[in-house]
Design a protein around this ligand. Structure first.
Ligand code: PLP
Length: 389
């Protein structure tokens, strides 16, 4: 068998940066903290000259993620939001952007506030509402943003279908792949031009980095965005890149365990008397189930649910959990729980939030890789207490 054959994602992840150190033969890619690099001689640069522009550790991370996403150019940024901001550099005042009505609250806030300041025009649309999407596309946007599954309601968008329709009107398509990671979904292979992540989540996976990454399908678009990343100074740090490479090595294997646990949590919640409804694409009756089967390699490990009894029940649930930590983020090895209306989506106006279906009784969980029996016991106790008065 040829060893140039495309390697599996598990192998490529584990092999990230292995044996790249030619000086000492370090097996693991070293961390290069130097902010600047010497020139060989007058006007004769090496591969790197200044760490904002390029850094060996960051390059290892960006190259690996580009490989996993099957793209050409990877750009590691300081946060997930700075990856979104980087994409905005492609837009001029007359350009139109289409975003989903239920995207991550921070992305929603950025796009709506930049549009308010006149930096571009914006249409917020439910991308599953076909006539509304067609109407938005008919206005010839420059950029269509997709987030699938969406945060926090796990709604799915058929990426291939929306990408094709967007390309027909000349739009670029960028997909937020934070909730699944390339281990479970590769949007560039479904027609997207750009895929991006908050690497704070599954990619790093240990809740000790805030970072972002963006990968383009085409070299030229990647070069343009890399130019802007250096220009506005939002490239990621060497230390965060080092940690992200380390996290990335176990990504496929972590995702496997995350998913196995999530499937059991979803089944447990589905019939629980304290639960009004559960949002999990793995359920056959979830509206996006068939899309998930088509474009994802698994159903992921994020789910959300409405607790009976409104926000007071939510408060009692949180007060009675021990294993779950009440915190904003997601995708770390530990189980986290949050209340989107007051936390992740607090930046959305109440009307927009309710229109997107984010009710006051909504709870989102990021299922960790702890022992499933401990996870279920904690939820069982918390939910029982949530219904007491
Ligand atoms: N996209 C999604 C889906 C997110 O959940 C988040 C953060 O929660 C972001 C983007 C922004 O990433 P960061 O917090 O790393 O800036």
């Amino acid at each position: 068998m040829s060893n140039t054959k495309m390697k599996s994602i598990t192998t490529s992840a584990v092999q990230a940066g292995i044996n790249t150190d030619k000086q000492h033969g370090a097996v693991v890619a070293p961390i290069h903290l130097s902010s600047t690099y010497s020139l060989k001689s007058f006007n004769e640069k090496r591969e790197f000259d200044y760490s904002r522009t390029g850094n060996p550790t960051r390059a290892t991370f960006a190259k690996t993620i580009a490989k996993l996403e099957q793209g050409q150019v990877g750009i590691a940024t300081s946060t997930g939001m700075s990856s979104v901001l980087l994409i905005c550099q492609l837009l001029s005042v007359d350009d139109l952007v289409v975003i989903p009505h239920d995207c991550y609250g921070g992305s929603f806030r950025l796009f709506t506030h930049l549009a308010k300041r006149g930096q571009f025009k914006l249409i917020v649309v439910d991308q599953n509402n076909k006539p509304a999407l067609a109407e938005a596309l008919a206005q010839k946007p420059k950029l269509v943003l997709i987030e699938s599954p969406s945060n926090p309601l796990l709604r799915l968008v058929d990426i291939e279908e929306v990408a094709n329709a967007s390309h027909e009107v000349g739009a670029l398509v960028a997909v937020d792949n934070t909730f699944l990671s390339p281990a479970l979904q590769q949007p560039l292979t479904l027609g997207a031009d750009i895929v991006f992540h908050s690497t704070t989540k599954y990619i790093n996976g240990h809740s000790d980095v805030v970072g972002g990454v963006l990968v383009t399908k085409e070299q030229a678009l990647g070069d343009e965005l890399a130019w802007w990343a250096n220009c506005i100074g939002i490239t990621g740090s060497a230390f965060d890149s080092f940690l992200a490479v380390r996290g990335l090595k176990t990504l496929p294997i972590r995702m496997k365990q995350h998913q196995e646990n999530a499937e059991q949590v979803a089944a447990f919640l589905k019939n629980h008397p304290a639960i009004e409804s559960v949002y999990y694409p793995g359920f056959e009756d979830h509206p996006g189930h068939e899309i998930a089967k088509k474009q994802q390699a698994g159903f992921g490990a994020m789910l959300s649910f409405d607790v009976k009894g409104g926000v007071e029940s939510v408060k009692r649930l949180f007060a009675n959990l021990e294993l779950f930590t009440l915190a904003q983020s997601l995708g770390g090895v530990e189980s986290l729980i949050c209340h989107p209306p007051t936390m992740t989506h607090a930046g959305m106006a109440e009307t927009a939030r309710l229109a997107a279906g984010i009710t006051d009784s909504l709870v989102r969980v990021s299922v960790g890789i702890e022992d499933i029996n401990d996870i279920l016991a904690d939820l069982a106790h918390g939910l029982e207490q949530s219904q007491t008065r």
